[in-house]
Ligand binder design. Structure first.
Ligand SMILES: [Zn+2]
Length: 378
């Protein structure tokens, strides 16, 4: 997720803080200062630290539940509306996703219950403002923060946990893809409703609406990509008409190709038609400036470009492309002869085309691979 930065790593999970979470903390600190000066601001800071901890514990609820099903969590991003635990994949069964989604809010329910126990009962909202006993007031406010974390997260919209709960429940009957599409639409409708409420009431709602809207949209497009990836093979997404360079080409030759075509990535192909590497536009410009036009492309090209069999499932190719942050991957026939390149730009175009086509019936099992790719040799 953009606009976030890492603050630490716990058991292989990187904790990231979104810029807006910091703004939210500043907002809390500021309102405290305005209400009661430096002492109140200090309590506010303590409160922030505790709030931060509650949100983090919530996310670790998801992480621990996901680990039970063998799903790791590379990172957690803290947002003002809670956090987003970025699971490496969606758990295999709707029941598992349900447990993972509910594990977060369950942590806040547990914290709220402990606080109510410590306070000797459910605190009233006015207890949070108790000036004669600041410690008591802090715990009471923390209780209500946990209650609101539960309520917010159970809003049935991505990226809230409620969105995942909704999808899991729908997926029991409708399958993963349709369930996601419906849950994403409901999420966007909820976002619209919140935005409308925000316009006439609390401006904070507008801000939440924006997050919900983006969350729903990104979940829908991630599923669309996955669905397309499972249905198609690598060569469906490959550019097959391209200019290639030879191992004896120079940067001058590469620049000529750059200006003659609309390509940004140029494969270097040897006499047997095998891919030796890829020269990107950025590499070319840098080499031209720093090393000169007669530098051999062999000195400039990226050599870590994987080559896949053209009938491999597309989602495997996409995973490799994204995972390695590569400018391109090669697609070749059984003899290793280069047939085309898959570039992020071309994948983007493919997705635009897919989004414009009328939906096809989804595969029976969303986790099933394209059998054509599975049996073909690499
Ligand atoms: Zn959560």
């Amino acid at each position: 997720m953009g606009w976030s930065f890492p603050v630490g790593t716990v058991k292989g999970t990187t904790i990231r803080v979104h810029l807006t979470f910091l703004l939210f903390l500043v907002w809390i600190g500021g309102t405290h200062y305005l209400r009661g000066g430096a002492a109140a601001a200090a309590t506010g800071v303590l409160f922030m630290a505790l709030l931060f901890t509650c949100v983090l514990l919530h996310e670790f609820g998801h992480v621990i539940a996901a680990r039970r099903y063998g799903v790791q969590t590379p990172d957690i991003t803290l947002l003002p509306i809670g956090g987003v635990a970025q699971l490496e994949r969606v758990p295999e069964k709707p029941g598992e996703e349900l447990v993972v989604a509910l594990a977060g809010p369950a942590v806040n329910v547990a914290i709220a219950a402990l606080l109510a126990l410590a306070l000797g009962g459910v605190p009233s909202a006015s207890d949070g403002l108790a000036v004669e006993n600041p410690g008591m007031g802090l715990l009471a406010r923390l209780f209500w923060v946990n209650v609101s974390l539960v309520l917010f997260n159970l809003i049935p919209a991505f990226p809230m946990d409620g969105g995942r709960v909704l999808r899991a429940l729908l997926a029991y009957r409708l399958g993963y893809t349709r369930a996601t599409r419906i849950a994403a639409s409901i999420g966007q409708a909820v976002a619209f409703g919140l935005g409308l409420l925000g316009l006439f009431g609390n401006p904070l709602l507008l801000f939440i609406a924006l997050f919900v809207y983006m969350g729903a949209a990104s979940e829908a497009s991630a599923v669309q990509l996955r669905e397309a990836g499972q249905r198609m093979i690598a060569s469906d997404a490959a550019v097959t008409r391209f200019d290639a360079l030879s191992p004896s080409s120079t940067i001058e030759d590469a620049v000529e190709s750059l200006l003659r075509t609309s390509q940004h990535e140029f494969p270097v192909v040897d006499g047997a038609g095998r891919l030796r590497g890829v020269v990107t536009r950025e590499d070319m410009i840098r080499a031209l400036r720093e090393q000169g036009a007669d530098t051999p492309v062999l000195d400039v090209m990226r050599r870590d470009i994987p080559v896949m069999h053209h009938r491999q499932p597309l989602d495997e190719a996409l995973r490799v492309l994204r995972g390695g942050k590569l400018p391109a991957i090669g697609v070749a026939d059984a003899d290793g002869k280069l047939l085309g390149l898959i570039t992020p730009e071309n994948v983007g175009e493919l997705m635009m085309v897919q989004a414009a086509r009328p939906p096809r019936p989804p595969p029976a099992n969303p986790w099933q691979r394209n059998p054509a790719g599975g049996v073909a040799p690499r």
